[in-house]
Design a protein around this ligand. Structure first.
Ligand SMILES: [Zn+2]
Length: 424
């Protein structure tokens, strides 16, 4: 069907090599992203990456995201493989829409089918929930209890995971419907791609509690039993992966936990471990790079948007000040859908955005970064300057007229990401 040949500059599947996702909400970060990728050949780049939620928050279509990436690839003379990630797909409609646009990498987000109450259910509650799942056809003809109860699985690091009855039921109640949903999306994807190559990621990074090794193994075994081959899986890790700032939590705990996940991914895949909200986690990048080896994918997006605002701040301080004041007004409302620790009191302590130290305060502090991060949708779709000009238009103009600076700040900031990932 689709034209696919070696001369085409379009996205392809990347397979099991280290990869890095460069989300670009404004469509102008591509030249910087291509430059960073060129300087770091150890990572296969994903130049197009946007979630359905971000599309809505930026008033973009999947086609716009691919077009921007392809334009940067062609202009930058990039001639190696690159990927296109349709991120956080929840419905068959999301899948069909992004296949039609030409994406190659599809991230399924079954979070609406994860039952977070499983962690607190009584044993009889768990049994009843599993019986209901069976009635609903979640496991097909099989019994999940017969499949896994008292089964032990040895991983390649010699550790063993055993499904005792209670932990099996908890994992099944929590993730059974989510796996089933992923299998359904996978059928839709296979049909929609009809012969075109594609790869799948499954993300459960937005659940209430960290993904335990046993839960991860259950998910992997169930995907495989249903014939769903994945390129990567995004667990919810221990500690806090807040948007736009460094990791919060114990580094040794994180390393142990990550090592357990990667052992499952090696033994029962192999597939990559995918790190979502991967921007600015400098403190743990060396650990991530060392522990995951080649089985690593990292996603970033917000950090490139913040670098765009850095350009605005430097070239048009009054515009930046207007945007920042608007963000302060929006903060209480917009923070609701994010997991961040910055409080309105922290925001109130920021200096005025027209002050001399604005760059350090707004782009160098956790509070400033999270303020700008959570409000991007409002800024890009609703905010206007005092003259009534949409902020988005004014931002794009500033970036277009200072393309070299934009490229430089992106190259520097994302370059640090990739260097640290290779520093372990
Ligand atoms: Zn995610």
């Amino acid at each position: 069907m689709g034209r696919m040949n070696m001369n085409d500059s379009g996205p392809v599947v990347l397979g099991l090599q280290r990869s890095f996702g460069f989300g670009d909400r404004l469509g102008l970060a591509g030249p910087g992203h291509v430059a960073v990728a060129r300087a770091n050949p150890g990572f296969a780049p994903v130049f197009a990456q946007q979630s359905i939620r971000e599309l809505a928050r930026t008033d973009r279509e999947p086609e716009d995201v691919l077009h921007a990436a392809r334009t940067a690839v062609e202009a930058g003379g990039w001639d190696r493989p690159w990927g296109a990630d349709a991120d956080h797909l929840k419905t068959p409609e999301d899948v069909r829409r992004t296949v039609a646009a030409g994406f190659t990498f599809f991230t399924f987000d079954p979070s609406e089918h994860v039952d977070n109450t499983a962690d607190r259910m009584s044993e009889s509650g768990l049994s009843a929930a599993v019986a209901k799942q069976a009635d609903d056809g979640v496991y097909g003809e099989e019994s999940v209890v017969d499949l896994y109860r008292e089964q032990s699985y040895e991983l390649d690091d010699r550790s063993v995971i055993r499904f005792d009855e209670e932990s099996l039921l908890r994992a099944a109640v929590k993730y059974g419907r989510a796996v089933h949903h992923c299998a359904q999306l996978s059928h839709v994807l296979g049909d929609a791609c009809s012969g075109r190559l594609y790869e799948i990621e499954v993300s459960v990074d937005e659940t209430d509690t960290p993904t335990s090794p046993l839960e991860h193994l259950f998910f992997a075994l169930e995907l495989r039993r249903r014939g769903v081959v994945i390129a990567s899986l995004a667990p919810r890790f221990v500690g806090d992966f807040e948007k736009g700032i460094d990791y919060k939590g114990d580094h040794a705990d994180f390393e142990r936990h990550l090592a357990e996940h990667i052992a499952i991914a090696r033994t029962h895949g192999p597939y990559k471990i995918s790190v979502h909200s991967g921007s600015d986690k400098f403190g743990i990048y060396p650990i991530i790079g060392r522990v995951c080896g080649d089985l690593l994918h990292v996603k970033t997006a917000g950090t490139s948007y913040l670098e765009a605002l850095r350009v605005v701040l430097r070239v048009n301080p009054p515009l930046f000040a207007e945007i920042a004041r608007y963000c302060v007004d929006r903060f209480e409302t917009d923070r609701a859908s994010y997991h961040i620790s910055t409080s309105p009191e922290d925001i109130a302590r920021l200096p005025a955005p027209a002050d001399r130290g604005a760059e350090a305060a707004y782009l160098g502090s956790d509070a400033g970064r999270q303020l700008l991060h959570v409000t991007f949708g409002s800024v890009l779709t609703r905010g206007n300057t005092a003259q009534g000009r949409p902020f988005k238009e004014a931002i794009l103009e500033a970036l277009e007229s200072h393309a070299d600076l934009h490229k430089d700040v992106l190259t520097q900031h994302l370059g640090r990401h990739l260097e640290q990932l290779q520093a372990g």
